[in-house]
Write a protein that binds this ligand. Structure first.
Ligand SMILES: NC(=O)c1ccc[n+]([C@@H]2O[C@H](COP(=O)([O-])OP(=O)(O)OC[C@H]3O[C@@H](n4cnc5c(N)ncnc54)[C@H](OP(=O)(O)O)[C@@H]3O)[C@@H](O)[C@H]2O)c1
Length: 247
């Protein structure tokens, strides 16, 4: 992919109706890509379609395999070759295991959306990616993939699983020339973190950094404050874990 040449290609973005995913849809649309994106809320999909004429939104729940297969089938029927897949859909819940009773809580939800959702999306779109000249898969994980946040144990576990999946997937797909890029963002200014009063990276900056990494065929992107995390985890693992735990 060469983002600087304004080359047209086919891009698929999950969770493209808000936040980071919406910023990807807007940028890729601006670069001349035919963008196909998904989310669960039809109303939000139509709003992004209006912002980006020609981009197409599909109702799809990535946690539901049938729904993902229907999304992929609809896209691949019309666009059999996919150049870029951005697996972005996901969300964080704060879950407190000191609460008296969690037996009725849906404890699998974050694993199904953040981890299984990405896995199902990749599997469903691989046939389309195989036909591209320089196919790339971008997976939005989190800095919490490297060290967990105490307030979000299941989200952190799902993203750590995603990190491991990306590494193994990258090795499996290496002989095919397919690029697998994992992005581990810090806090990014999106509706999902509107309630948090901390420094936030603009989503457009995250998109620029990611697309530059795809162009340079880098495999992991550690934007903003997360750029120090791998080194700190090696030099002072206890300190690094404590900083992330409280974040
Ligand atoms: N914002 C941050 O600080 C931050 C930091 C690190 C990592 N991330 C990661 O970045 C990604 C995007 O986060 P964001 O902050 O941009 O969130 P956001 O503004 O809440 O947007 C999430 C998008 O994903 C879609 N989505 C959620 N669950 C879905 C499902 N089951 N199936 C299909 N689509 C679904 C949402 O649409 P519907 O609700 O209509 O389905 C929406 O389009 C997530 O994977 C998140 O974990 C975010």
């Amino acid at each position: 992919m060469n983002t600087s040449m304004n080359r047209r290609g086919i891009a698929v973005v999950s969770g493209g109706s808000s936040g980071i995913g919406r910023a990807f849809v807007q940028r890729l649309h601006g670069l001349g890509y035919q963008v196909l994106f998904c989310g669960r809320d039809e109303r939000k999909l139509r709003l992004v379609e209006q912002e980006c004429p020609g981009a197409r939104g599909f109702a799809c729940d990535v946690a539901d395999q049938e729904s993902v297969l229907r999304f992929a089938e609809a896209v691949l029927r019309e666009f059999p070759v996919v150049d870029l897949l951005v697996s972005n859909a996901g969300h964080l819940r704060e879950i407190d295991f000191t609460r008296a009773d969690l037996r009725a809580a849906d404890l699998g939800e974050e694993i199904r959306v953040n981890l299984l959702g990405a896995v199902q999306l990749v599997a469903a779109f691989l046939p389309g990616l195989r036909g591209a000249a320089r196919p790339a898969i971008v997976v939005i994980s989190s800095g919490y993939a490297l060290a967990p946040a105490t307030r979000a144990p299941l989200y952190s576990a799902a993203k750590a699983g995603l990190h491991s999946f990306c590494k193994a997937l990258r090795r499996q797909l290496a002989p095919t020339g397919m690029l697998v890029v994992e992005v581990l963002p810090p806090v990014v200014d999106t509706p999902s973190v509107a309630h948090r009063e901390v420094a936030k990276m603009p989503p457009e900056q995250l998109v620029s950094q990611t697309l530059a990494a795809v162009d340079r065929r880098r495999t992991e992107v550690h934007p903003g404050a997360v750029r120090w995390l791998p080194l700190l985890l090696r030099l002072a693992p206890g300190l690094a874990e404590r900083i992330v735990a409280r974040s």
